[in-house]
Design a protein around this ligand. Structure first.
Ligand SMILES: Cc1ncc(COP(=O)(O)O)c(C=O)c1O
Length: 409
């Protein structure tokens, strides 16, 4: 048996030597913007129509190169190779996934919260108008509760899918994905895992019961805040995989070649970036732990023995590059903290090569009332940090200065 290479090796070599491998061929796949190809006669066009290169909406060319890299990264040794499509956004990946697992006999989706706000809103908004029904399960903010039992209580025979984030946003809790998978499967439903905060270098959802896996490529995988993109991977032994190609072609949710080219370039350093970002985030979680300016620090595994054991089990290679802090002085302190940062920018996204912060009360959770936010643990002092690859001493110095600014108000 050949030894599987580490995912960071796979990523570093993504797209190399694909296509023309002769002497003098391009080392990296060139960018091809053609939206359609031309043929000599009807026999050739007939043959081409079954493939993906004839028309750009079918996802051939640069998007397919990126798709192949993501398939390799999400393949679990010893298991079937998944099928995939890269999409025009993470949201488009969820839309495509929904068309594969929701049906008239199973119109309900169980959304495990906290999750990315757009998940709830897409399923109950535009897809709700098309007949999708949503039930929500709220995981306790303190990391407690049996996640499997909570999902089982909501998953009946009309449920087509359960949707869950591996790391919850913005309180950076860790979900017991295998327990949720078991509950979904007991109800005959598919499990869709949004693994955006846990790229395959840290966690492979198919090894833990996922049937469908989503990433927003926009974040860590592309990593340079210049691409919007997504990917949907489907376990090829699941019936949903049969319709992936047809539904992707019909929905027209494909990624553009230029975005695919940029995302593949970003992906090649993603292993290294995630490793460093995770190390930096863990070091910052320690650094923030005893600071009197803070009410809480949120990072996988820090809130008690049970969550520590879960993090040990699910994320042995690193706990991700996301953490959140709750400033005791509320909005005034959060504003002073953000203004006190010398180089870290405030930006309502995540996953850049450099560290950024966001303020959930004004961005992702803006639509909720203050009372609803507090009930979810999203206080006016909460600042989410997406940790980049800077030197840790520089990050500590910058955050220490910002905490001083926060306490001065
Ligand atoms: C966890 C998660 N999933 C999905 C999305 C949606 O991705 P996109 O903005 O690429 O559509 C986001 C965006 O912030 C996200 O954070």
């Amino acid at each position: 048996m050949t030894r599987p290479v580490d995912p960071s090796t796979t990523a570093a070599r993504a797209g190399l030597g694909v296509g023309d491998t002769g002497d003098g061929a391009d080392l990296v796949a060139p960018l091809n913007l053609a939206s359609v190809r031309a043929y000599a006669d009807l026999a050739s066009v007939d043959e081409a129509m079954d493939g993906r290169d004839v028309y750009r909406r079918y996802g051939g060319g640069n998007p397919q190169r990126l798709e192949e890299a993501m398939i390799e990264l999400e393949t679990v040794p010893g298991r079937a190779v998944p099928v995939a499509r890269v999409t025009s956004s993470g949201q488009a990946a969820l839309l495509l996934a929904s068309t594969l697992v929701v049906s008239t006999s199973r119109p309900r989706v169980v959304v495990v919260r906290p999750c990315y706000g757009g998940t709830d809103s897409l399923l109950s908004g535009p897809l709700g108008n098309l007949g999708v029904r949503v039930s929500t399960v709220d995981l306790p903010a303190d990391g407690g509760g049996d996640h499997g039992e909570l999902v089982a209580a909501a998953a009946g025979p009309d449920v087509g899918a359960v949707v869950v984030d591996v790391i919850t946003n913005p309180l950076i809790g860790l979900t017991d994905v295998p327990a949720v998978a078991a509950a979904a499967h007991d109800a005959g439903a598919a499990l869709i895992v949004d693994s955006t905060f846990t790229p395959p270098f840290l966690f492979q959802p198919f090894a833990h019961g996922a049937d469908l896996v989503i990433h927003s490529l926009t974040k860590h995988l592309a990593g340079h805040s210049d691409v919007i993109g997504g990917v949907l991977l489907v376990d090829s032994t699941h019936e949903a995989s049969d319709w992936l190609d047809a539904n992707a072609r019909l929905l027209g949710v494909n990624l553009s070649p230029f975005d695919a080219w940029l995302a593949l370039r970003g992906l090649r350093t993603a292993g290294l970036r995630i490793e460093r970002g995770s190390e930096n985030a863990a070091a910052l979680a320690d650094f923030f732990a005893d600071r009197p300016e803070l009410r809480a620090v949120y990072y996988p595994g820090v809130s008690g023995a049970r969550t520590a054991a879960l993090a040990e089990r699910l994320l042995p290679r690193g706990r991700g590059a996301m953490l959140s802090i709750d400033l005791a002085g509320g909005r005034t302190a959060a504003d002073a903290f953000i203004r006190g940062l010398a180089g870290v920018r405030l930006a309502p996204s995540l996953g850049d090569v450099a560290t950024t912060v966001s303020y959930p009360a004004s961005t992702s959770h803006r639509a909720l009332s203050p009372q609803q936010r507090v009930a979810l643990g999203i206080t006016d002092g909460l600042v989410r940090i997406s940790v980049g690859i800077e030197h840790i001493d520089d990050l500590k110095a910058e955050f220490a200065a910002a905490l001083v600014a926060a306490s001065a108000g």
